[in-house]
Design a protein around this ligand. Structure first.
Ligand code: OMP
Length: 307
């Protein structure tokens, strides 16, 4: 699966993933009104608005980026209709040829992890039939329960040619509270980075492993150290844009081959039309604003990489 992602990154020349994290406050009024008129001011109405918003964004960016990352919490807050909107989004992104990273941040005891893995990147048998419930290409995973919480994800991943991005050093301000604590003189995130390297060894797909890591753009120094610890693991880098990360912070997340990292921006892209820099598009053309924000992000990152 990582080879498919790499192929698309090279084709689009964009190591970028658009985060499909719709919040009601970002959805233009005309979309909400139309959805509410048909489905009422209800969980169904909100979920329909999310779907229509996503579809417009996807239609405007699918040919310039390799991947999207829907964050399931944004959908789950609207209950079952929200999860239906999540699944519609995943399916439509596949139709448009995009790689889908399900940002689900799962991880539990072994048996429970296995069920999470089946739900998102695996297959479930019902009688004589087999189903792929959510059917993402990659899932994000929380490793802090240890190896027995990760092993079932790796197994399901290998059986289905899918991928994982395992949290190593997160982008948020208090991530250091636990992740930077020293264990035998090493920060915990480095210990976890070393484990990601080991977990990924049996999942090679070309030059890289299907098992990747998540490291926040907001911690470039740590990104540099982790890049060396995990030379064959792709790094998903969130924290660009809304959380302050910029192209110049990202250079050391990449390998000398120009690959090895994919940078996420969610609010910075999907809500671009609400920002002064893109206000000229207006709320009716929020999809065009998103596309322009992608092009600007691409120029910023590729410029920093000297391309
Ligand atoms: O796993 C993630 O994607 C993730 C890890 C992390 O350390 N920090 C982080 O922000 N994220 C996710 O990346 C997205 C960032 O959104 P923006 O700040 O709007 O670009 C959200 O979906 C977060 O849940």
């Amino acid at each position: 699966m990582i080879s498919k992602l790499i192929k698309k990154i090279v084709e689009t020349d964009a190591p970028i993933v658009v985060g499909l994290d719709p919040q009601m406050k970002f959805i233009p009024q005309h979309i909400k009104e139309a959805a509410f008129e048909e489905y009422g001011e209800s969980l169904e109405g909100a979920s329909e608005a999310i779907w229509r918003f996503n579809k417009e964004i996807i239609d405007k960016i699918y040919d310039v980026v390799p991947a999207v990352k829907p964050q399931i919490a944004m959908y789950e807050q609207f209950g079952i209709p929200g999860l239906v909107a999540f699944k519609r989004t995943v399916d439509y992104c596949h139709e448009k040829g995009l790689v889908v990273i399900g940002d689900v941040k799962r991880g539990d005891i072994g048996s429970t992890s296995e069920s999470y893995a089946i739900a998102h990147i695996g297959k479930i048998k019902v009688g004589s039939k087999e189903f792929t419930p959510f059917d993402e290409d990659f899932a994000t995973v929380n490793p802090y329960l240890g190896s027995d919480g990760i092993d079932p994800f790796v197994k399901v991943c290998n059986e289905n040619d899918r991928g994982l991005f395992i949290l190593v050093k997160t982008s948020n301000p208090s991530s250091g509270e636990f992740q930077d604590r020293l264990i035998d003189g090493k920060p915990l995130y480095e210990v976890v980075g070393q484990k990601v390297r080991e977990w990924g060894e049996a999942s090679m797909d070309g030059d890289y492993s299907n098992i990747g890591a998540v490291v926040g753009a907001t911690y470039p120094e740590m990104g540099r150290a982790l890049r060396k610890i995990m030379p064959k693991n792709f790094i998903l880098v969130p924290g660009y844009g809304a959380q302050g990360g910029q192209g110049k912070d990202l250079v050391d997340f990449f390998n000398p081959d120009g690959l090895g990292a994919i940078v996420n921006s969610s609010r910075g892209i999907i809500a671009a039309y609400t920002k002064d820099a893109y206000a000229k598009f207006g709320d009716k053309n929020f999809g065009d604003a998103a596309r322009q924000a992608v092009m600007d992000m691409k120029a910023d990152i590729n410029g920093a990489l000297g391309k």
